[in-house]
Design a protein around this ligand. Structure first.
Ligand SMILES: [Zn+2]
Length: 100
């Protein structure tokens, strides 16, 4: 862990402690702004048990890693000349360098 990461961890810890220490004040401020009532309306209208079940099933059925891999493969570029490489190609058509 580099010193930069340590500073970020310390700052994040300080922010979390300050937020937790003032949780009641923050919750009251959210209530005064009407954010809590708005969130309750959203939950009661759109996040029913059926909707949550459908969302979870879609997350389970859709293989996110496969979709991300397909997207990144279609966007491969040559590291030498930045030419677009076809999905199955191993060599750049523009400069002939091998693409990993
Ligand atoms: Zn190339």
């Amino acid at each position: 862990m580099s010193p930069g990461h340590k500073k970020i961890v310390v700052l994040a810890t300080l922010v979390v402690v300050v937020l937790l220490a003032n949780a009641h004040t923050i919750a009251c401020w959210f209530d005064r702004q009407g954010l809590i009532a708005w969130a309750q309306d959203i939950r009661s209208e759109y996040l029913t048990g059926t909707a949550i079940t459908v969302i979870l099933v879609m997350f389970y059925l859709l293989d996110g890693k496969e979709a991300i891999r397909r997207c990144t493969d279609s966007l491969r570029r040559c590291p030498v000349c930045d030419h677009t490489i076809p999905q199955s190609g191993r060599y750049c058509a523009a400069c002939g360098s091998r693409v990993a």
